[in-house]
Design a protein around this ligand. Structure first.
Ligand code: NA7
Length: 536
């Protein structure tokens, strides 16, 4: 029903990417009165926003799509790793097939939400003042809803164009004959560099930390020729729950030094030749846990990369002799010719570790060494990842407590989906879940199924309030820490540890137990009738 500008719902779903779309379709099918809202103007989530040249997913299809046969039987991809535009086409296709538009409101930024204990309802408000009353508040905003731009002095003075790549202009800028810079060497910075270095007259990449990137091995599909055969899809999708990162492969089940050096080289070479994330997430099982094993993997990587860069003076910056950080403990990117761009005369690399950015000027960027004249600066400095998107919404739970107050000294969640003191609220693909180490659609479906399970159970039992308990939350946080500290991950600065944002608490934000363990934890809760929650 609707009271003037106020809408009453079983659930408000925020975010029209994989997570939100899955929940809208499946909750509506079960007869719930739900609505999906997004700040964007169309479906796609990250793929709506990330339309910069070269934007592409680092996961393979068909893993990177919904498992519903009614979708995949009629859908054909053009590439093994689809680009952003093709992913938006896929979302448009899904929106039609699943008839999503009629229950979706775009251009709607949710800015505030308050839980009303007497009636067990969330009152949720958009920036433009629209109010939604919903029993369940379902946040599917992904891990990168809040952009990060360092507060360099002088950005406002720059006379050229300054852009964060996730706000790329819809009308493609003509960068021919221009001096173009990219700041940042994450997945975004690398993809941009590969493309912009082809068109810019002068291309400058500002690097603070080298990305230990791996060859993607893109494959173009022609016509219907799109391996693997579709009849294998059901088994392939079912198998995702047995894979550490929610794909169809796992770590090599033995330790690095149990093989002879010759055998090891063969294993490394085979992983390398396969492309995709295999050299990362199908490597020896001790690679993320043992320093010597990790260094061995790094040294093989280093030799491969150095052989591709002609100018030996760049070897120390792009593939240093001394390992800059544990391999795989920062997001490893997949590249397509990234290292070869440094063999082009129009490409320069600036090491901002030794010559930091001092300020942005009218005409470019001044480092401690010199001023770089530029027309176009792309600030690929990432996101206040995992927690930033949730915390930029003013969320108030029980007893007037705000989420930002609750997480002031550290993030606390149960199952990486619920927060004690914030009943009837669930989020997906956020902190303390496998998230960045889980194939997106895999987690969208597993976490979505959990939410659906909760709502079905509550309806069946006539219950109205489900809240995580503090002690369960403490145990979950402890488990997240236990998995993380058994690995090399906490020793490396990255957004997995919250260290990319000045002032943010340093803590493991990713559940490293892998998708199989995570899936079991969700199943256990569901099979136990969610008894470890407070239900009323
Ligand atoms: P990332 O992975 O957070 O990368 C941001 C990059 O920006 C990274 O190389 C940072 O260097 C660099 N950065 C950030 N702040 C600064 C300052 N102050 N000075 C210099 N350089 C800086 O974001 P992406 O958008 O590339 O990728 C996000 C995710 O999207 C990715 O992991 C995939 O899952 C898809 P640093 O490494 O911290 O030294």
């Amino acid at each position: 029903g609707s009271i003037e500008n106020e809408v009453v719902l079983d659930a408000l779903i925020v975010g029209a990417g994989f997570g939100g779309v899955y929940q809208l379709k499946n909750l509506r099918d079960r007869g719930y009165n739900v609505k999906l809202v997004d700040f964007a103007s169309d479906f796609g989530g990250v793929w709506y926003w990330n339309r910069y040249p070269g934007a592409r997913v680092d996961s393979t299809v068909p893993h990177y799509e919904f498992s519903d046969p009614s979708l995949w039987k009629d859908w054909t991809w053009k590439q093994r790793f689809p680009g952003s535009e093709e992913l938006r086409e896929y979302f448009a296709y899904v929106a039609d097939k699943w008839d999503l538009r009629k229950d979706t409101e775009f251009n709607t930024f949710i800015s505030k939400a308050v839980f009303h204990e007497q009636i067990n309802m969330w009152h949720i408000t958009s920036k433009t003042g629209k109010v939604y009353h919903a029993r369940y508040f379902l946040l599917n905003i992904g891990f990168s809803a809040k952009r990060h731009t360092p507060d360099w002095k002088g950005i406002e003075k720059f006379k050229g164009t300054w852009v964060h790549p996730s706000f790329w202009p819809k009308e493609e800028p003509d960068l021919r004959g221009k001096k173009v810079a990219v700041i940042g060497t994450g997945a975004t910075g690398l993809q941009l560099s590969q493309e912009l270095s082809k068109v810019a007259e002068e291309f400058v990449l500002f690097q603070r930390t080298p990305n230990l990137a791996l060859p993607m091995k893109q494959v173009n599909y022609t016509g219907k020729d799109q391996p693997p055969p579709r009849e294998t899809y059901p088994a392939l999708f079912a198998g995702r729950r047995d894979s550490f990162a929610g794909f169809n492969f796992n770590f090599t089940p033995r330790s690095t030094f149990s093989d002879t050096p010759e055998e090891r080289q063969k294993v490394y070479q085979a992983l390398w030749d396969h492309g995709d994330f295999h050299y990362y997430l199908a490597n020896y099982e001790d690679m993320l846990f043992d320093k010597a094993a990790n260094k061995e993997a790094y040294d093989f990587w280093k030799a491969k990369v150095r052989s591709r860069i002609n100018d030996a003076s760049l070897h120390e910056l792009l593939a240093p002799t001394i390992q800059p950080h544990s391999f795989g403990c920062k997001r490893v990117s997949l590249e397509n010719g990234f290292y070869e761009i440094f063999n082009q005369p129009n490409v320069k690399l600036v090491d901002v570790k030794s010559t930091p950015i001092v300020e942005v000027t009218e005409s470019g960027i001044r480092t401690s060494e010199k001023e770089w004249e530029l027309d176009y600066i792309v600030c690929a400095t990432g996101f206040d990842a995992l927690t930033g998107g949730l915390l930029q919404i003013d969320i108030t739970g029980k007893d007037g407590q705000s989420l930002s107050d609750k997480w002031k000294n550290g993030t606390k969640t149960y199952l990486g989906m619920a927060v004690s003191g914030f009943p009837n609220m669930f989020y997906t693909y956020g902190p303390q879940a496998p998230t960045a180490l889980c194939n997106g659609p895999t987690c969208a479906e597993y976490q979505g199924d959990f939410v659906i399970g909760v709502m079905d159970y509550m309806r069946e039992k006539g219950l109205r309030c489900i809240g995580a308990r503090g002690e369960e939350e403490d145990a979950w946080v402890e488990l997240v820490r236990k998995f993380a500290y058994a690995s090399l991950l906490p020793g490396t600065d990255s957004w997995y540890m919250g260290t990319n944002i000045p002032g943010k608490v340093r803590e493991p934000l990713i559940y490293l137990g892998g998708v199989p363990n995570y899936y079991k934890a969700l199943e256990k809760s569901r099979e136990g009738g969610f008894a470890e929650f407070d239900l009323s």
